[in-house]
Design a protein. Structure first.
Length: 214
């Protein structure tokens, strides 16, 4: 099975020294991977708080945008470490599959809602955020649907989770100089999400046709 159909998302930083040391330390301290998954929601909440404060202030200040980036990247780091602790250090649990998926959907919703607040004054700004939330959930649904049908997990882009978060992080930096950037970012993200949904669904469809179940 190719790397994109593995049950784990291919992440280059998983082989980095800092990630391995941190995962080993967490495992030695008996920190549950499910708890680490919950922490990813906390970090996503930090990004939402930063966007909300910037929205209330009427402008994306440097401090708030840096805080949003910390929340976004902290969420991704928790997503990395929970899997490493569970797999590399044999800390899997019977309910691990739930904690592997549900916190991601909650985290996406929190962060994207915050981005919507930053685009709220633009035409259909919040609607674009709601659409991005729905399409983000759809990409995950199609991936897990494929796995349930025996086709494996396929983390195809161009707007998979790490791509969405990278785009928002870049947007946070750009917003310091050009506040409306989040509006155009959401448009770009939604286009990418539609393509991502299509590519993942087409992959599952083709696999089912070429490898029909008896």
């Amino acid at each position: 099975m190719d790397v994109e159909s593995s049950s784990r998302r291919p992440i280059a930083s998983r082989d980095s020294g800092w990630a391995r040391r941190t995962a080993a330390w967490l495992a030695a301290k008996n920190v549950s991977p499910n708890f680490i998954s919950i922490l990813s929601i906390v970090f996503a909440g930090v990004s939402l708080l930063a966007f909300f404060l910037a929205y209330r202030a009427g402008h994306p200040g440097i401090g708030m945008m840096l805080l949003a980036i910390v929340g976004i990247q902290g969420r991704l780091i928790m997503n990395l470490l929970d899997g490493m602790v569970a797999v590399e250090h044999n800390k899997k649990s019977a309910v691990g599959g739930i904690f592997n998926e549900v916190p991601d959907r909650v985290s996406d919703t929190l962060t994207l809602f915050g981005v919507g607040l930053m685009a709220k004054t633009m035409p259909y700004g919040m609607d674009l955020a709601y659409l991005a939330i729905a399409l983000s959930i759809a990409t995950a649904y199609i991936r897990t649907l494929g796995a349930s049908l025996g086709c494996g997990h396929h983390f195809l882009g161009p707007m998979a989770k790490q791509h969405r978060m990278a785009l928002i992080s870049v947007g946070c930096i750009m917003a310091i100089f050009y506040a409306p950037v989040f509006y155009y970012l959401l448009i770009l993200m939604n286009v990418g999400l539609v393509i991502t949904c299509y590519r993942r669904l087409a992959k599952v469809y083709s696999l089912l046709l070429t490898n029909p179940k008896p």
